[in-house]
Design a protein. Structure first.
Length: 341
């Protein structure tokens, strides 16, 4: 097996899929709205999801031309969820740029999500196994929404004007609850990316299941790394505000949950009281809570957990054909737990 340069591979895939993303997003859109529609696509992103489609497809002998539209479509699906996620969380920056709602207004950002979702299925109209992929993507989107709802209901306070949140908020969040939410909100999409590549290339059901297991475990590790970066990252590298989960009073963060398991009652109460309070979290409170987290071994717990899921992902790869694409997927998995943004 020849040596693989992951960054060159990802760059090549990105260059191939980017024009297709723009094509399916702008097809049928009035020219005066093109800037608005394309904005979210330009707010950064590593294009890991379309890369997974292409690499997993080529792993099973698929041709690049047959994989570009499925890859572009699932990246557009991902971007649609980010538009809504930023609105829900009132996030002002993504990838170092203003989020779509912050730049154009909530109403216009919401409108663009319809174009993105329409583009997903437009991009599957004339591809191999298009109906099967459409079924996979639609079911995955529903799973992601279930995860997003859980993530909102994990918040300890806020949204007093939204009765459903007040009535259904979780009283206690366990690690099992966390992994269920992450499995839906994040891991299900990476699983679908891998399965889409396999389906597009005519892989058998066992291979589709195995590569899906790889994607799912990679997705959980990916989210744990995001949780780590949210608390301990560098804002300039991360492209998002550090401590955002604390500010949003979220409990759906592995690091925060681990710290609460380990802190004594008094220190634990400081965090809980801040998150459950009616006032907005201040910078001083973020610093105080972060300092309490640092006093535990929550960071190392999270690093061990993400490594465990990466090892599960790599085990799945061992059961599949071994070629340059397998090696690229292996390197991509290791990159996920080493990234700083």
């Amino acid at each position: 097996m020849s040596e693989v340069n992951l960054q060159e591979t990802l760059s090549s895939i990105r260059d191939s899929v980017e024009p297709v993303i723009r094509q399916i997003l702008t097809d049928g859109v009035e020219s005066k709205n093109t800037e608005l529609i394309l904005y979210q696509n330009g707010t950064g992103g590593k294009r890991i999801r379309p890369a997974l489609v292409v690499l997993c497809g080529q792993l099973f002998g698929g041709n690049l031309d047959d994989l570009l539209f499925p890859a572009a479509s699932i990246e557009v699906l991902h971007k649609s969820t980010l538009i809504l996620d930023d609105i829900i969380d009132r996030s002002e920056f993504r990838g170092g740029k203003l989020t779509a709602w912050k730049k154009y207004g909530t109403s216009f950002a919401q409108c663009t999500t319809f174009t993105y979702l329409a583009s997903v299925f437009g991009g599957l109209a004339n591809v191999k196994n298009g109906s099967r992929l459409a079924d996979l993507y639609s079911k995955t989107l529903k799973i992601i929404v279930d995860g997003e709802i859980k993530d909102i209901l994990f918040e300890r306070s806020g949204r007093e004007d939204e009765g459903y949140a007040a009535d259904n908020r979780y009283e206690f969040i366990s690690k099992d609850d966390y992994f269920e939410m992450v499995g839906q909100k994040t891991a299900s999409l990476l699983k679908a990316c891998c399965q889409a590549g396999a389906i597009s290339s005519g892989a058998d059901n066992m291979q589709i299941q195995t590569i899906g297991d790889f994607g799912y475990n990679l997705g959980v590790a990916f989210q744990i790394r995001d949780d780590l970066l949210d608390i301990f990252g560098n804002e300039k590298d991360f492209g998002k505000q550090i401590g955002k989960d604390i500010i949003e009073k979220k409990m759906g963060n592995f690091v925060i949950l681990s710290a609460l398991e380990k802190l004594g009652s008094e220190k634990k109460a400081v965090i809980i009281d801040s998150l459950e309070g009616s006032n907005e979290i201040t910078e001083d409170q973020v610093a105080k809570i972060t300092n309490l987290i640092i006093q535990t071994n929550a960071k190392s717990d999270a690093e061990e957990a993400e490594d465990s899921y990466i090892q599960k992902a790599l085990k799945s790869l061992e059961k599949l054909p071994q070629n340059e694409n397998t090696e690229s997927l292996r390197q991509l998995a290791l990159y996920v737990v080493a990234r700083n943004k």
